[in-house]
Design a protein around this ligand. Structure first.
Ligand SMILES: [Zn+2]
Length: 426
């Protein structure tokens, strides 16, 4: 492996820590999308100083975009001396709310005992900082490298990525020939490569009834009881069937290597805000249930949907007055980059060089921005790889380890060397 490259990363440890802490100090909480512009401008100014061309792209008209909360993304590019492939590091700059239970200020960027603390430290400002340091070290050591390096800071990943990566992908920022390989430094642990994610189908089911006085329910038709029949059928048939479907995808945690479905919410009848008064005596004429179905590479979306609609149709035949509607809310297909894809092999070589062992290959149980890069941008040479520890994401006292960031930046720098210069060592 190239000792000069590793030394160039080591020489930047203080810079890496300062950069991470400063990124945390922008309270980029989503929702509503606080401080996006100053955070994007900070990243842009930093990279411009290091010779990158920078662009700011506001996703006007996307969900949540207002003059008070503009969806500002930054894309920076550094072209090498000669044409070649482009490696793009994409990080989201938004973070979830701090929540309760912190022993430190979540937006102070506190550095203590080899860790940087704060909301977004692990998910994923530490990853963003590592990729910036890796790129700066690489281009200093190999000023004649062919190809290009891009670094983006994008918004709204935590709320679906529509004003961030999806918007940029629609504008062509994640397409060939501009971009060839994408690394997303999400917190998946420094020695693991995340190849993709399971699929998602969100839908709302509504059962219908007929309103009547609660003292004479036989005059109406109770939509909540109809929904009870739906839930009973799910318990008896659907949940056991889903639990029998096992995937070859290496999903972590292992419990997610099966099909799952969550009931996100259920609501029927009078709204909760009657409190502190009394409930009104009505037979509910509508009941709504939101389902969150996560599916596997081995399943297809049409079958996933028909498993649910078959139950609803059967209830319609068998149960008196049963009527329903079903509405799709969101669909994401499962994704898995193959292990022999160039970006996977390059980062795997970095992990082997730094940790002297094969990486673990994993799949995320939930989705992230890779879905837009594949579906809209048609770039399939994409992984998530970053220094943060997955279990710390979204939790109180979130932190990222400084040594983890340094090692991860070295893996990224070696990955750049393999993808752009075709060598681990040279
Ligand atoms: Zn994240």
């Amino acid at each position: 492996m190239n000792e000069r490259l590793l030394r160039a990363v080591d020489a930047r440890v203080d810079d890496l820590v300062t950069l991470t802490a400063e990124l945390i100090r922008f309270p980029t909480i989503n929702p509503p999308g606080e401080a996006y512009r100053p955070c994007a401008e900070y990243i842009g100014a930093r990279l411009k100083k290091h010779g990158f061309e920078t662009e700011f792209i506001r996703a006007e008209g996307t969900p949540g975009d207002t003059d008070r909360y503009p969806r500002v993304n930054v894309v920076a590019r550094f072209d090498g001396r000669s044409p070649g492939a482009c490696v793009h590091f994409n990080s989201h700059i938004d973070v979830v709310e701090a929540g309760e239970g912190w022993s430190v200020d979540p937006f102070a960027g506190l550095v203590k005992d080899g860790k940087v603390y704060g909301r977004g430290a692990c998910d994923m400002k530490g990853g963003l900082a590592s990729s910036i340091i890796a790129a700066e070290a690489f281009k200093e050591v190999f000023p004649d490298f062919p190809g290009a390096i891009e670094i983006s800071g994008t918004v709204d990943e935590e709320s679906g990525g529509f004003g961030g990566v999806a918007h940029l992908a629609k504008l062509g920022y994640f397409s060939k020939p501009k971009v060839d390989h994408v690394i997303i430094p999400e917190p998946l642990n420094k020695d693991r490569i995340c190849l993709g994610h399971r699929g998602v189908w969100w839908a709302e089911i509504e059962t219908k009834g007929e309103i009547a006085h609660g003292s004479m329910p036989f005059l109406g038709d109770n939509a909540v009881r109809h929904m009870g029949a739906v839930l009973q059928a799910f318990e008896d048939e659907l949940f056991p069937a889903l639990d029998r479907k096992v995937t070859r995808m290496p999903v972590v945690p292992e419990g997610a290597r099966r099909s799952t479905m969550n009931i996100n919410s259920i609501h029927g009848g009078q709204t909760e805000d009657f409190r502190p008064g009394l409930p009104s005596p009505n037979v509910p004429d509508s009941c709504r249930l939101t389902i969150d179905r996560r599916f596997l590479l081995e399943e297809n979306l049409a079958t996933v949907k028909s498993e649910v609609t078959a139950i609803l149709e059967r209830l319609k035949r068998e149960r008196k007055k049963f009527d329903y509607e079903i509405r799709d809310i969101m669909e994401v297909l499962p994704l898995m980059t193959e292990r022999d894809a160039p970006v996977v092999k390059a980062v795997a070589q970095g992990i082997m060089a730094i940790f002297d062992r094969e990486p673990d290959y994993v799949i995320s149980p939930g989705t992230y921005d890779q879905k837009h890069i594949a579906r809209i941008g048609h770039i399939y040479d994409c992984i998530a790889y970053g220094p943060g520890i997955l279990d710390l994401a979204h939790r109180p006292d979130e932190w990222v380890g400084i040594a983890d960031m340094v090692e991860s930046a070295k893996v990224m720098a070696i990955g750049l060397n393999v993808l752009l210069r075709g060598t681990v060592a040279g």
